[in-house]
Write a protein of this length. Structure first.
Length: 365
């Protein structure tokens, strides 16, 4: 039974405590019909309501295995698209705030990637020489592009395995949208910086010469994450001067110089596992999103561990931050009343091709 949808304006003035109570009540009413997925970068007030938490890879698996009718994704737009693509047709993916995007994902779009592919085709045999690899932080149509061209999706947890798979098929990789994940992973696999070129999507032919394109093993899209861009190698030097015993751990979306100075490099799940399993009374300097680092610090301080955020400037993912308790209460109460709000639905043909690229990835892990 449906009723007229409750408007978001009715929720704007609710304080977080009242939202909490209403979220809990709506969840109880929905029961097993609804599952809430929460990315590690979500703020605490939202994160605490998640049934499952994790990074993009873990949550995409959780979405695929979920039995719930409604998958409410507290994350950003591309994650809800992945949930829609991997879930069964009768399941519904919902994003509490439709404005929660990802600035990195927005740095590559289908038109620009198609232009790049066509320009590369003037120099090399793209279909036989290049495997397109998209980071999961990308729109569904780019995943579909990879599915169409026998390519694949990767996450920060599995990027090396995905590049190995890609090179087993063809001699080159076009990697988008995050240059840093591509470069950091390629370098750790033994690919020299001279064999990785950056494709400047604002310039004809990516700003590259034909010789550079022919020689390159990885062509890196010129995108980046503005959150992980704040971390600098000097911050590590300065911190180590004060606390030389510190272990440094970085997400691979941070720049090459930071990852080279770090003792450990890996996804958010890897960072959590490494610090949680470390010896008591150790000190950690962490280069990833602030909400995750703060939660990890709180969790580990009883073991005498000190977990520090790398940058002196506080920087959180502003798009993740858009999902607040008010929006979560809004979508859940509407669902409980039979109104589907903020559904994310990828067109069928695009979803089929994108699923091909996602399935290629899921088969490898
Ligand atoms: Fe996108 Fe960066 Fe935010 Fe992750 S942290 S969702 S890559 S903007």
């Amino acid at each position: 039974m449906t009723s007229t949808a409750f408007p978001i304006q009715d929720y704007a003035l609710l304080d977080d405590e009242e939202c909490d109570a209403r979220i809990i009540a709506a969840k109880a009413k929905l029961g097993k019909r609804c599952v809430i997925l929460g990315h590690h970068y979500q703020r605490d007030e939202v994160f605490k309501h998640a049934d499952y938490s994790g990074d993009s890879l873990k949550l995409s698996r959780d979405a695929a295995q979920s039995e719930a009718e409604y998958i409410v994704f507290c994350g950003v737009h591309f994650m809800a698209e992945v949930a829609d693509i991997l879930s069964r047709p009768e399941q519904i993916a919902i994003l509490p705030d439709l404005a929660a995007g990802c600035s990195m994902a927005d740095m590559a779009n289908l038109l620009k990637v198609q232009k790049c592919w066509q320009e590369l085709a003037q120099v090399i045999d793209v279909e036989n020489e290049v495997t397109p690899v998209t980071y999961i932080n990308s729109a569904a149509d780019l995943k579909a592009f990879c599915g169409k061209h026998d390519g694949i999706v990767c996450t920060s947890s599995n990027a090396q395995k995905i590049l190995e798979w890609s090179f087993s098929k063809r001699s080159k990789v076009l990697f988008f949208p995050d240059q840093h994940l591509g470069r950091n992973t390629g370098y750790r696999m033994g690919i020299g910086l001279e064999d990785m070129v950056t494709w400047d999507f604002n310039k004809p032919m990516g700003g590259l010469t034909e010789v550079q394109i022919r020689k390159a093993k990885i062509i890196l899209w010129n995108g980046y994450c503005s959150v992980h861009q704040v971390f600098k190698a000097e911050q590590i030097d300065n911190f180590l001067e004060r606390f030389p015993e510190t272990k440094v751990i970085s997400h691979p979306e941070a720049c090459f110089e930071v990852c080279e100075k770090a003792d450990y490099v890996g996804s958010t799940e890897y960072i959590l596992k490494t610090v949680r399993e470390a010896e008591p009374n150790t000190r950690w300097l962490v280069a990833t999103e602030l909400n995750l680092v703060n939660r990890l610090h709180e969790e580990c301080k009883a073991q005498g561990k000190n977990v520090h955020f790398m940058s002196p400037t506080l920087c959180m993912c502003s798009t993740m931050f858009r999902t607040d308790p008010q929006h979560l209460a809004w979508v859940l109460e509407n669902l409980a009343a039979g109104n589907v709000i903020n559904r994310i639905s990828v067109p069928v043909e695009e979803a089929g091709l994108a699923k091909r690229a996602l399935d290629n990835m899921l088969a490898i892990n």
